[in-house]
Design a protein around this ligand. Structure first.
Ligand code: AHR
Length: 656
């Protein structure tokens, strides 16, 4: 896998307008006095979607699958435990209230011999860590019998790794909370609720979480995963997707109001990725909405990221049903958007602001963006977007609206939407590209010619796909990551147009994924970041506030001789930042000359991400084959002399 062909064709391209360069040495100039347009402080962000078991079974640390028996097959994930002569039955029964939690489990035990109860398998397994506490909560009532007790256990085969006994169960519904402490680290464990004594026990909402979650929150998120996100210092968090926003039909669309408040009021819904890909079937993929809109806003706040919710525009996924809400019936959808802004920003005296306060956050979340639709296309989208725009701007002129340009970065639909949205003075247009590494390398000039007076761009979903072969595993390999880095120098150079950018998708369970590549992978015990993650992190943690030009003979570099470069000034730290991506197999020597006033201390930091092997990727056992290496560089006579390894991404920071 070499980039020679690309370099050669770019060289041919270059001879018309760009002076031919020596292949072994390059001289680049940065005029630090010529600061260009400002860079959005939130430019590099995160795209989160509940795909690949990213929410339930992933970021959201719940360990029990189908915790409230609301899946259409109410015992999916559960199995009856009946050992050593125990006799009994299990049923579901309906709750008689108005909540969205419709069913509960009844355990009927007919004798007092052996072991009887139910066992849960978790999300593609379950894992515990030695000496860690696990918080079990459930609601229960005794329907028949005396002195019934529950023995809650975490087991591996017949070996008990943690257990605790709950006695004095009452005959009215009550919530119970106990801790289990794991005696060892183990994967492939089960959770068992064992009923002791003859009689009938009603039980529901059986939930098990590590005590040690992100910020120590109850029913919280996996600390190890959130830490990787926090380390990126993301500028924004887009949620909840992706196609999940649209749903395969309108009924299945994401409705944020069903995801807030008490768990019993959140309901459970099939995840659209459950049935999307025959080659990655996931019949056990549902949404508990334990990770709902309040939690997304809270996570954004934790990360210091702007929340960026995307809502259904009244068009279901056009790859699936393409179901459309008639314009006359669009009010409910528009109202959802207005209410969401009130939920995020409204005072505690407002209807939805009060709900936010009830959930523990009286202060507003400071929402600035709202997205209308995801990957929708055609005049039907424009008609609906118009209605949303009018209503949102009338009530909240300060909110920036994100519009979609469909699923492809070019072609008839893309052109149609860009034209229509430009005529409407759209503010921010969401572009998506899942393309080959070569497309990314060749695309570093994509935004050079965009109209500087038109709408701004949100590169809302992108990733280089190592193969375009249908159903083949697309890998997070170094070729993909290096090519994304090359492309991203083009985003940064055009940061006056490209206001926001996010790699997609974010998370994937190694045993539960539907879509690859993904930025971060995990199992129930561990997590690892891909080379693509490290590329993203290099950009997001080294952003700068203003664009500077880095040129060779007055021309920007976007693939000439396989070299890509961008540069910024950070007015907060008074630093010059520049990035050079060398996609050649061999090293290249550079002289980087600093023009303009330089009063630095002659030293700088150089972060290098490199591999000789374009095919290399990470996995749970080898999670850090390609990670940034930090070195120092010196500035002499206002110039840096440096040799950049082949296939490397390099970020330099200098006090100026
Ligand atoms: O990121 C995965 C999917 O790709 C998103 O849900 C969708 O918007 C795009 O097609």
């Amino acid at each position: 896998m070499k980039f020679r062909l690309l370099s050669f064709s770019l060289f041919l391209l270059s001879i018309a307008g760009i002076q031919a360069q020596s292949p072994s040495h390059k001289t680049l100039d940065i005029d630090i006095n010529k600061k260009g347009a400002g860079i959005a402080p939130d430019m590099w962000g995160l795209f989160f979607e509940d795909i690949n078991f990213a929410a339930d079974g992933g970021l959201y640390a719940e360990m029990i699958k189908n915790y409230s028996f609301e899946f259409p097959s109410p015992f999916m994930g559960w199995r009856r435990v009946q050992e050593d002569g125990a006799m009994g039955y299990h049923y579901t029964k309906p709750h008689m209230d108005e909540s969205k939690n419709k069913k509960y489990l009844q355990l009927q035990r007919l004798n007092d011999e052996g072991v009887f109860g139910m066992s849960n398998e978790g999300f593609r397994g379950m894992a515990v860590k030695e000496n860690q506490n696990y918080r079990l909560t459930f609601i229960a009532k005794v329907a028949k019998g005396e002195d019934l007790a529950i023995n809650a256990q975490i087991t591996q085969g017949r070996k008990v790794l943690a257990e605790t006994r709950i006695e004095k169960l009452t005959d009215d519904w009550k919530e119970y909370e106990v801790m289990l402490n794991a005696s060892e680290t183990a994967d492939g464990v089960n959770f068992r609720v064992i009923l002791e004594g003859e009689g009938e026990l009603d039980i529901d909402m059986i939930s098990l979480f590590p005590e040690d979650t992100w910020m120590g929150r109850k029913r919280g998120m996996r600390k190890d995963i959130v830490q990787l996100l926090a380390d990126m210092k993301p500028g924004f968090l887009r949620f909840p997707g992706g196609c999940i926003v649209e749903g395969f039909d309108l009924e299945n669309r994401y409705q944020w109001k069903n995801t807030i408040g008490e768990m019993k009021d959140r309901g459970t819904m099939i995840n659209r990725w459950n049935i999307e890909f025959a080659h990655r079937n996931a019949p056990d993929y549902f949404q508990s909405f334990g990770l709902g809109f309040f939690e997304y806003f809270q996570l954004s706040e934790d990360l210091g990221a702007e929340p960026l919710p995307i809502l259904s525009c009244g068009l279901a996924c056009q790859y699936n049903s393409g179901e459309i809400v008639p314009l006359a019936a669009l009010d409910e959808y528009v109202q959802d958007a207005l209410d969401l802004i009130e939920f995020a920003n409204g005072s505690v005296d407002s209807h939805w602001g009060a709900k936010r306060a009830e959930m523990g956050h009286p202060e507003p979340f400071g929402l600035k963006y709202i997205g209308v639709g995801n990957e929708n296309w055609g005049p039907q989208y424009i008609e609906r977007a118009d209605v949303f725009e009018k209503a949102i701007k009338a009530a909240y002129p300060e909110i920036t609206i994100v519009s979609t340009s469909g699923p492809s970065p070019d072609g008839h639909e893309f052109d149609y939407l860009w034209k229509a949205l430009t005529e409407r003075n759209a503010e921010l247009i969401d572009e998506h590209y899942y393309k080959s590494p070569e497309w990314f390398r060749n695309g570093a000039r994509r935004y050079d010619d965009y109209d500087r007076n038109g709408p701004k761009v949100f590169a809302g979903e992108y990733a280089a796909h190592s193969t375009t072969e249908k159903d083949a595993l697309k890998k997070n390999n170094w070729e993909a990551a290096l090519s994304e880095a090359a492309f991203m120098t083009g985003l940064e150079r055009n940061a006056d147009i490209v206001r926001l950018a996010s790699y997609a998708p974010l998370l994937a369970h190694v045993d539960g994924w539907q879509w690859a590549p993904d930025m971060i992978w995990f199992d129930n015990l561990d997590v690892y970041a891909t080379p693509n993650y490290y590329v993203q992190k290099l950009f997001s943690t080294n952003p700068g506030t203003q664009i500077l030009q880095i040129t060779e003979n007055g021309e920007t570099l976007a693939g000439e001789d396989g070299i890509y470069a961008s540069s910024t000034y950070d007015e907060n730290t008074k630093e010059l930042i520049f990035k050079i991506v060398n996609t050649n197999e061999e090293a290249k020597a550079f002289t980087v000359k600093l023009k303009g006033s330089y009063k630095g201390n002659g030293k700088g930091i150089w972060q290098e991400l490199q591999s000789d092997d374009l095919g290399v990727s990470h996995n749970l056992k080898e999670p850090k084959k390609i990670v940034p290496v930090e070195k120092s560089v010196s500035v002499q006579k206002k110039a840096i002399e440096v040799s950049l390894k082949g296939q490397s991404v390099n970020v330099f920071r200098l006090k100026i």
